[in-house]
Design a protein around this ligand. Structure first.
Ligand SMILES: C[S@@+](CC[C@H](N)C(=O)[O-])C[C@H]1O[C@@H](n2cnc3c(N)ncnc32)[C@H](O)[C@@H]1O
Length: 219
């Protein structure tokens, strides 16, 4: 369904206590926003926020940020906040490619890429969230144990991502091409797109990639 732009959506986000706009203009980094040392997990392209909200509810000892670059979608996400919303997440109206400008190095433990836009044309591959340029950004903000958790119905994007990650020297610690018929489904939180695709009988791909550490001392 195409979302309509309604006047005042940006102003609504500016006034909403769950939403952050123009994070690059703040005089502090986003990882300082929570007054606790809990790990930080980020979803890039959080859509209407079902995943980030449910995941935050289930994990009160983790701090979450959901980035969404479309004002219409970020507005819908902020609008659907509920009264007893967990206080361990924020919605960030921003493109995810600025992570290194708005977080300190060594501050993010996990990045979720859930049903990212597939950008099928080779001339658009640079926009894919597992393109080398994005992987370089993730490296800059990841803690030592940084992990990418990716789910997609799009086989082409998935195989491309597996190859990019291997070429860029990441460890693939989980790869399944049929998550919902695999042993890895336990604790899976469905996103909005995932619910739709699963109801249409589509297979869901999932991978987890971890930063590989160069082992000093081995020649
Ligand atoms: C296909 S939707 C998936 C939404 C949600 N993750 C889900 O699984 O239901 C992809 C979303 O990512 C957002 N998006 C795409 N590229 C982005 C980027 N570079 N930074 C932030 N959001 C992005 C789009 O606006 C869109 O809302």
């Amino acid at each position: 369904m195409r979302l309509r732009y309604i006047e005042g959506q940006y102003e609504y986000l500016q006034d909403n206590e769950k939403a952050i706009t123009e994070p690059e203009k703040r005089d502090y980094k986003l990882n300082k926003l929570f007054n606790n040392p809990n790990p930080i997990h980020v979803e890039l392209g959080c859509g209407k926020g079902k995943f980030i909200r449910e995941t935050a509810l289930q994990n009160p000892d983790i701090n979450y940020f959901g980035f969404e670059k479309s004002v219409k979608v970020a507005y819908r996400c902020a609008k659907s906040t509920i009264e007893n919303d967990p206080n361990n997440y924020f919605i960030v109206y921003s493109n995810g490619d600025i992570l290194q400008d708005v977080f300190e190095p060594n501050s993010i433990e996990r990045i979720y890429l859930n049903f990212s836009d597939p950008w099928p044309k080779p001339s658009h591959y640079k926009r894919r969230m597992t393109h080398k340029n994005f992987l370089d950004v993730y490296r800059k903000v990841f803690t030592e144990n940084g992990e990418i958790h990716m789910k997609t119905d799009n086989n082409d994007l998935f195989e491309y991502s597996v190859e990019q990650l291997k070429e860029d020297n990441w460890d693939l610690i989980l790869v399944t091409r049929d998550l919902h018929n695999s042993p890895y489904l336990q604790n899976n939180v469905m996103t909005e797109y995932e619910e739709k695709f699963v109801s249409e009988g589509k297979k869901i791909n999932k991978l987890i990639a971890k930063l590989k550490h160069n082992c000093l001392g081995i020649i």
